[in-house]
Design a protein around this ligand. Structure first.
Ligand code: PHE
Length: 337
């Protein structure tokens, strides 16, 4: 009797230890077959209970039944375990993928990158400035003294410590010239800020791309050549561009470049303010005062500078009639146009 009891315990232990190392459902079913099947030792013990002396029968019988129940439970738990782990470690590779949306760079980023690579091809190098500037870099060094109207609190967003959000990318010209010697071919894309009433063509934050070339004997025709090269590649061949005389304190002479309004083809509409043209940049030859403020010899070198409005260029290229859409319908601009 003691031997039978021991044997049942041993069956139990051996079955449980086999179950703990079983890895597949098939292994477990095989264990169940060997330990609990019709031809198993436990089954034969249960079937021969009647041959055991009556006083030992209840004890052995209940022990064998208890062990059988425990092992049934342990095997089904093991099966659950391997099913669960096989689900998490081996996904069904034949299933179709879930549909997902492919993103892309914002149209302002793409336009900027395109202009940057056009200018890199002709020797310009990208420089970065700061969005928070001092009045010196944003105004004074660019020949805009304290009483200049562009410094009006209406136009400029000042911070509490007297610094300001740059109103244009031109301060990068100064920072770059302070740390580099001519010859210079520099471009600086980035955000600029102005106190503006928001409408279809104005935002308090927009993007510019500054350009600066300084060397011996740089002429206005060099500026025109570079800008026409960029414009020809950005706009369709038949879209006209024009140069208009203008004024900036840091360039002399100064000009603005317009492109024919693609919405009305020059006839005049609300996008171009009924002028037939969209202004895309300001430019000119670097003012001698600017060279002096960075310590360059104004008689030795000359140069040109330009500042492009990225949103305006993107609007003209893609027939977008409201600047606000760039920053409202983010998802549409990021999934394609
Ligand atoms: N900084 C000028 C603006 O924001 C543009 C400009 C840049 C004009 C460089 C001339 C030269 O309007």
């Amino acid at each position: 009797m003691a031997d039978l009891k021991k044997e049942i315990e041993a069956i139990k232990q051996s079955c449980l230890s086999e179950l703990t190392i079983a890895e597949t459902e098939r292994d477990i079913k095989d264990i169940r077959h060997r330990y609990l099947g019709r031809k198993s030792r436990l089954n034969s013990i249960l079937r021969s209970i009647k041959d055991i002396p009556p006083d030992e029968r209840p004890l052995i019988g209940s022990l064998a039944n208890k062990v059988r129940e425990e092992l049934e439970k342990a095997t089904s738990e093991s099966i659950n375990r391997v099913i669960k782990s096989s689900v998490s470690t081996s996904p069904d590779l034949t299933l179709p993928t879930r549909p997902y949306r492919i993103g892309r760079s914002h149209i302002i980023t793409r336009t900027t990158n395109e202009i940057v690579s056009l200018l890199e091809r002709v020797g310009f190098e990208v420089a970065l400035g700061c969005e928070i500037e001092t009045p010196y870099y944003n105004f004074e060094a660019l020949n805009m003294p304290d009483d200049h109207p562009a410094r009006d609190i209406q136009d400029t967003l000042y911070l509490v410590d007297g610094t300001l959000l740059r109103t244009h990318t031109s301060p990068v010209q100064i920072r770059y010239m302070e740390t580099h010697k001519p010859p210079i071919r520099m471009i600086a894309p980035g955000r600029v800020y102005r106190e503006e009433n928001i409408d279809a063509s104005h935002l308090p934050m927009f993007y510019q791309l500054e350009g600066l070339m300084v060397d011996k004997g740089v002429r206005f025709s060099d500026l025109k050549g570079i800008l026409e090269y960029v414009a020809k590649r950005l706009f369709s061949k038949d879209l006209k561009t024009r140069f208009r005389p203008s004024f900036f304190p840091f360039t002399e002479p100064s000009a603005e470049m317009d492109v024919e309004c693609p919405h009305c083809r020059g006839r005049g509409c609300n996008v171009c303010g009924y002028t037939g043209w969209i202004e895309i940049l300001g430019a000119g030859l670097v003012h001698p005062y600017v060279f002096e403020s960075v310590g360059y010899d104004r008689y030795d070198v000359s140069g040109f500078a330009f500042g492009m409005g990225i949103e305006r260029i993107a609007m003209a290229r893609h027939k977008i009639d409201d600047i606000r859409v760039f920053y409202q319908s983010g998802v549409r601009f990021l999934t394609g146009l």
